[in-house]
Design a protein around this ligand. Structure first.
Ligand SMILES: CSC[C@H]1O[C@H](OP(=O)(O)O)[C@H](O)[C@@H]1O
Length: 375
């Protein structure tokens, strides 16, 4: 089964190629990003979005921007790397995958600088390889999340999701939607209800689009309808993604997720968070310490450019909210399903992608066909 792919290397392998999610579902527009400004703008404007995808985009965009500079003197190159990395790292504050990915590729460059005199070309090659490893490993993590999560879905399962935590939000088949794709691939019947997810409509514009492309039955609802739908008994499980999971299991996700968790608990519907271990932030003890991005009020006044409120009216536009751990039935990562009480404080650095059987994901050299539809 092939799912859409939102991110990869350009065919010439000289740029980060993204599918511009601002244009979906009306048009599929690919953009090649080569500069730090272009990468930061794409992340800030949600041309590329979704916690794992912005982590990979940050790392790959940094490599794409720094590789053409590899003929510079090493000190100039490393100074430029530090400045560029800091700018990309700060492009959006909530998804921990962005700083995690940038820090990981910086560590790879430092490790390659064994004698402190490596050339810029050597360091640029290490940067590029580390960024590519994140791309490859995220695909494997998504697959592992799907293979663990599919056990939560009976044949004929009816799933409710919020925002987009599918293939478009990752380098692979998604996180919250990964079990749906694995079930569909295996011939298991599964249907999805998708919150439209105001104000940027990632659910109706993106989740519905990618599921329809894959042939998975999907029904769009307004966010305010979710509690009434849960009350009917139609939904077997709520599956959502995450942008940051604190050490105690509190999870930040798109605004509206907390309300969904409350409604799911009120109606006895299991509520699962699905995310790679790169979304777990052991340095953040609980959800109160997760930075919540506040976005431009005009996104609410005029969502997708269409006036929905008088100009100048006051608006509150947090992009995320925090679901407390006690409302989360289980958290699915590439390593399996965990249940409360959660304690991620002992989790080591995010493991590289492991399949459910524990084999390490295969590594492949960067290649042009990487950007094609993936299987
Ligand atoms: C697979 S993580 C997806 C996660 O990211 C989304 O936020 P945004 O669209 O602002 O990048 C949303 O919270 C999703 O659950």
């Amino acid at each position: 089964m092939s799912t859409v792919q939102s991110i990869g290397w350009s065919p010439a392998c000289d740029a980060l190629r993204i599918l511009d999610q601002r244009e979906l579902p009306h048009a599929c527009v690919e953009r090649d990003l080569r500069t730090v400004d272009e990468v930061c703008d794409a992340i800030r404007t949600l041309a590329v979005r979704g916690a794992p995808a912005i982590g990979a985009a940050g790392a790959m965009g940094l490599a794409a921007a720094m590789t053409p500079r590899a003929d510079e003197a090493r000190d100039a190159w490393t100074a430029r790397l530090r400045d560029s990395a800091a700018r990309i790292r700060a492009a959006r504050p909530t998804a921990v995958n962005l700083p995690w990915a940038v820090d990981r590729v910086l560590a790879a460059v430092a490790a390659a600088d064994t004698d402190g005199a490596a050339s810029a070309a050597t360091l640029a090659a290490a940067l590029r390889d580390a960024a590519d490893a994140i791309l490859v490993e995220d695909r494997a993590m998504c697959r592992a999340i799907g293979e663990h999560g599919v056990a939560l879905l009976r044949d004929g399962a009816r799933v409710l999701t919020h925002c987009n935590a599918g293939a478009l939000a990752t380098c692979g088949i998604g996180t919250a939607l990964a079990p749906v794709y694995v079930a569909h691939e295996r011939g298991q019947r599964v249907a999805v209800w998708a919150d439209e997810t105001r104000p940027l409509l990632q659910g109706s514009r993106l989740t519905a689009w990618e599921l329809a492309q894959a042939g998975v039955p999907v029904t769009v609802i307004a966010d305010g309808m979710a509690a009434a739908l849960l009350r009917t008994g139609t939904i077997d499980a709520v599956l959502v993604g995450a942008d940051r999971i604190a050490a105690n299991g509190d999870a930040a996700n798109k605004i509206g997720t907390y309300a969904l968790a409350l409604a799911a608990r009120a109606h006895g519907v299991p509520f699962y968070v699905l995310a790679p271990s790169s979304t777990v932030d052991v340095a953040t003890p609980d959800g109160a310490r997760i930075p919540i991005e506040e976005r431009d009020p005009d996104e609410v006044r005029a969502p997708m450019g269409r006036a929905a409120a008088p100009a100048g009216v006051a608006v509150w536009n947090p992009a995320f909210d925090v679901t407390p751990a006690h409302l989360i039935t289980g958290i699915v990562t590439e390593s399996g399903v965990v249940h409360p009480p959660y304690d991620f404080s002992t989790l080591g650095a995010p493991r590289s992608a492991l399949t459910p059987s524990g084999e390490r994901a295969e590594r492949r050299a960067p290649s042009a066909e990487r950007h094609g539809a993936q299987s």
